[in-house]
Design a protein around this ligand. Structure first.
Ligand SMILES: Cc1ncc(C[n+]2csc(CCOP(=O)(O)OP(=O)(O)O)c2C)c(N)n1
Ligand SMILES: [Mg+2]
Length: 644
């Protein structure tokens, strides 16, 4: 079959299917893109041809910014539990480098996305092309080489003959839970348009199976034995619980054994609010309940977590001298962390295997009572934060709310199946602590890369993944200013997302971090430069509500708590195909969410001219003393040890 490389690529992608648990669905949802001279006549022509033929297998969506379109793709894939992905096409040079941040975000979060950066001529027949990077020391370097360290599979198709192998490898990585992340096929502009005679079978339908790799039975025996002999066990649930569909298996495991479950950002929603075993967020943005149990735990069972510093409170969360880790994970890389007993395999099946082996086992009544009490205490804290007493609200400037009030109103007035989306700033931490999740897919906070600007494009992807849910995007003013442009994409596609812009005139998060580290909120406020030459003047006359309105969004301006409730109700009632609704609310950055006495390692200058920094350094040095190495090995298993 004679087709260009781009036509062959588009045809191939449209024929890939994925299978999980017997269900077969298309692997690709579509192709997001922005055209330039690198792709307009290559991939662009191939997509046009498909669209004109009717019912394209790879529908095309025009985005506004290449970084943003990768966020949309990643959010979609995550919301679909990594079972369906997007391709993203960009032009040469800046179009492609704009996707780098999206590539890193995908790989860090272990979410599949197919990136198709365009490259300058493989033949080099024109000499240096517009937007080409020229290296004085290497003839074959292009900006696309920057994708290599960010991709789980990278290839450059410099000859048509290379395409089939590159495609098979790309599909393998996209559908492998242990390997997945950004997959990059760099496509030089001339090669995209070049015709070639392809073998017909390249375009046969292919079904890629997402495996459920079994954990070795002996290792499950050993893990069960360690859990039985633990006095104070704790489960930490990560994103892998969702990707494996292990929520029900985890719920039963925890209910039967009485073991409490704490959650990472990606793992939040593994158990639902009200579950008697759920003790909430783990780590630096954790609950008092989860952190108290972590401090004393003698055995920590990590399920689908990669143990980031936020989860371990920079290795201060676990203080028991003898604490050991059992890590259930699809990747050996994560399973081996903290010298854990590495259970490499699928979370759902392994949890069921552990449950069987632990039949009849329960934590002590004293431990169960402690879990129950701690859980209740934190729940009361959340209730108070959602509805702050007058002594707090009276202190706020006119028209301002506390951030926790905003989260509370959205939580209580949204439907249980609606999804909250967030990524950077002070809200992810507050959401982690305070958001009451009522549906396993109801919480979508990107905190692997915590990338400002993910929120709006991410919200669009979440909505497309399941249009039966309303999507509430919570975005700070700083993050909003990074990538507001996809609101126009949402208008174009009539995508209903509800964007709550939380205006606090700068970086509330980094501002308070700065203050706590002795750096006096330096450079974190959006202010005029004052007479002393510092950014401490009056707030800027920036009107983000008007900005959103100018992009075509419907905007609701909130002035008080009652107005916020009205706005959320109005947004809920807005038509499903009416495009984005923006709620603009002003909050006081100086009212923090309730504390849980946890810590995060951010190094403070060891020497300084500033009293504030010297004082912060003393605190820092003292806090570091709580860091633990978490290297304790496991006893060597004896074979045939059995469940006891
Ligand atoms: C792309 C990117 N740049 C920088 C940062 C570091 N950073 C984390 S939070 C933050 C400020 C966010 O401001 P805003 O969205 O207004 O939220 P707030 O802190 O006020 O809640 C910054 C600069 C980041 N996470 N992502
Ligand atoms: Mg802000």
């Amino acid at each position: 079959m004679r087709l260009t490389v781009a036509q062959a690529l588009v045809r191939f992608l449209g024929r890939q299917q994925v299978e999980r648990d017997g269900e077969v669905t298309p692997l690709f949802a579509g192709c997001l893109g922005i055209f330039g001279h690198g792709n307009v006549a290559g991939i662009g022509q191939a997509l046009l041809q498909e669209e004109l033929a009717g019912d394209p297998a790879l529908p095309y969506v025009l985005a506004r910014n290449e970084q943003a379109m990768v966020h949309t793709a990643v959010a979609y894939a995550r919301a679909r539990d990594r079972r369906q992905v997007w391709a993203c096409t960009a032009s040469v040079g800046p179009g492609s480098t704009n996707m780098l941040t999206g590539a890193a975000l995908a790989t860090v979060n272990r979410i599949p996305v197919l990136l198709l950066p365009s490259g300058t001529f493989a033949t080099r027949r024109t000499g240096s092309v517009l937007q080409q990077l020229e290296s004085p020391v290497a003839g074959d370097v292009t900006v696309n080489d920057a994708f290599r360290p960010l991709s789980r599979w990278f290839d450059r198709v410099s000859r048509p003959e290379q395409l089939p192998d590159a495609l098979l490898q790309a599909m393998r990585v996209l559908t492998d839970p242990a390997e997945t992340g950004a997959v990059t096929l760099a496509l030089p502009q001339d090669v995209q348009a070049e015709a070639h005679d392809w073998p017909d079978e390249l375009f046969d339908e292919r079904v890629w199976r997402i495996p459920r790799t079994p954990v070795e039975p002996d290792l499950l025996d050993q893990a069960a034995a360690e859990i039985r002999s633990a006095a104070r066990p704790l489960v930490v649930a990560g994103g892998g619980v969702h990707y494996s569909g292990a929520e029900e298996a985890l719920r039963l495991f925890a209910a039967e054994t009485g073991i409490p479950v704490a959650e990472t950002q990606a793992g939040k929603g593994s158990l639902l609010h009200g579950d008697p075993q759920l003790v909430g967020a783990a780590g630096s943005t954790g609950t008092t309940a989860a952190n108290a149990l972590a401090r004393d735990a003698d055995l920590v069972v990590g399920v689908g977590t990669r143990w980031s510093d936020f989860t371990t409170a920079s290795r201060t969360a676990f203080q028991d001298e003898g604490v050991r880790f059992v890590n259930l994970n699809v990747t050996g890389f994560d399973a081996g962390k903290h010298a854990g007993l590495a259970l490499v395999g699928d979370a759902r099946d392994a949890l069921e295997g552990l449950r069987e082996r632990l039949s009849g086992h329960r934590v002590t009544t004293a431990y169960a009572d402690r879990v129950d009490r701690l859980r209740g205490e934190w729940d009361a804290v959340v209730t108070r934060a959602y509805a702050p007493p007058e002594e707090v609200t009276d202190r706020l400037a006119d028209g301002m709310l506390t951030q926790a009030q905003v989260l509370g109103a959205v939580n209580e007035l949204s439907d249980p199946r609606d999804v909250v989306v967030c990524a950077a700033g002070s809200m992810p931490g507050d959401l982690h602590k305070l958001w009451r999740v009522r549906d396993a897919h109801g919480y979508h906070v990107e905190y692997g890369f915590s990338c400002m600007g993910y929120e709006i494009p991410g919200g669009i992807g979440v909505r497309w993944a399941d249009p039966s849910r309303d999507v509430f995007v919570l975005v700070g003013d700083g993050s909003y200013l990074m990538l507001p442009g996809e609101l126009a994409t949402a208008v174009q596609e009539r995508t209903k997302i509800v964007v709550v812009i939380v205006q606090n005139h700068g970086f509330g998060s980094i501002g308070s971090l700065s203050e706590s580290l002795g750096s006096q909120r330096f450079g974190t406020r959006y202010r005029y430069r004052d007479d002393a030459g510092r950014l401490d003047g009056e707030p800027l006359p920036v009107d983000l509500a008007a900005n959103a309105e100018s992009l075509g969004a419907r905007v609701l301006r909130v002035r008080d708590a009652a107005g916020l409730a009205d706005a959320v109700r109005t947004a809920k009632a807005a038509p499903d195909d009416g495009g984005p609704v923006v709620i603009h609310v002003t909050t006081d950055p100086l009212v923090p969410a309730p504390d849980s006495d946890s810590w995060w390692d951010v190094p403070v200058s060891q020497v300084s001219d500033l009293d504030t920094t010297r004082a912060a350094y003393d605190d820092y040095a003292a806090a570091r003393k709580a860091q633990r190495s978490l290297l304790r090995p496991h006893p060597t298993p004896t074979t045939g040890q059995g469940a006891d």
